[in-house]
Design a binder for this molecule. Structure first.
Ligand code: BTN
Length: 279
């Protein structure tokens, strides 16, 4: 355990359980060995759950004070200093075909925005950048990583991992390769992360239940309200091809749609989308 810094409030399983509604506690209480596990340090909360879960497992959650091998999208590392931020993964069993799951990371982005806004009354709106970034004032505050552990063609666990910058106010440019912010940087205050973890669990489970029933199209209008690529000029890199076009939103599966220079619309299931900066 590290020396505590002024205002530091540790992660606390009992506190998180108390903050959950009875409906959510019931949904997770049938998991073996306790549904919520909190660690001082793990390699990666998502890797921990991937190794742990079997076909029988229901909802399982892993939260930690630090990660030694936190992972981001496209093999990047996720800076995970002790006690400062939220490093959280939730494994959820889904009976759906793999082709229907591409909207999961978008749904998760919306959940993260709503959880941040519910816990910290910041005078800013959280926006989503397709497919997995959460931004405030054009700076990244959180990122999610959705991975699947497949059991059969239509049964898997979605492992939904998120890192949210809460109390971090200094990091080396070498550790984070893009403009970033945190709740502390925006508010000047150090916050308890337990409420944020409880809200993530609650909103995520409720959204996943809706997703299982109705698919990603249920979330399209919410996405539109927070989509920071909408109406913007975008450069989309897919392996060695770069497309440019205007962001016109996402389709019912969560694929990004661009109106290309030739007037045609093209949907992208994956790729790196960046705003074209005007001088
Ligand atoms: C990204 O923006 O590239 C996604 C970052 C996801 C980081 C989280 S932290 C908790 C979970 N465990 C990991 O190793 N990664 C995710």
């Amino acid at each position: 355990m590290m020396m505590s810094k002024l205002g530091f409030i540790p992660l606390d399983q009992a506190k998180i359980n108390d903050l959950l509604t009875p409906e959510i506690n019931n949904r997770i209480s049938d998991a073996e060995n306790g549904a919520i596990e909190i660690f001082d340090s793990v390699d990666s909360t998502s890797d921990y759950l991937r190794k742990k879960i079997t076909t029988e497992h229901q909802v399982n959650i892993c939260i930690t004070e630090a990660q030694t091998q936190g992972r981001g999208r496209l093999g990047r590392q996720w800076h995970s200093p002790y006690g400062e931020n939220v490093y959280f993964s939730l494994a959820y069993p889904l009976q759906k075909k793999l082709t229907e799951l591409s909207g999961l990371s978008l749904l998760f982005g919306l959940v993260i925005c709503k959880a941040i806004e519910a816990c910290y009354q910041l005078p800013y709106k959280c926006l989503v950048k397709w497919p997995n970034d959460i931004k405030i004032n054009e700076k990244k505050i959180a990122g999610n990583l959705v991975e699947l552990k497949t059991h059969s063609v239509d049964h898997c666990h979605a492992i939904m991992g998120v890192g949210i910058n809460v109390n971090m106010d200094i990091a080396d440019q070498k550790q984070i390769d893009q403009p970033w912010t945190s709740i502390k940087k925006l508010s000047g205050k150090i916050y308890d992360r337990n409420m944020l973890c409880a809200k993530l669990i609650e909103y995520l489970i409720l959204s996943l239940q809706r997703f299982e029933q109705f698919g990603f199209q249920e979330f399209l209008s919410e996405w539109q309200e927070r989509d920071c690529l909408l109406g913007q000029e975008i450069k989309m890199k897919q392996s060695d091809i770069t497309y440019t076009g205007i962001g016109v939103g996402v389709n019912r599966l969560g694929h990004l749609v661009l109106k290309l220079e030739d007037g045609n619309e093209k949907a992208f299931i994956s790729g790196e989308a960046d705003l074209i900066k005007k001088n």
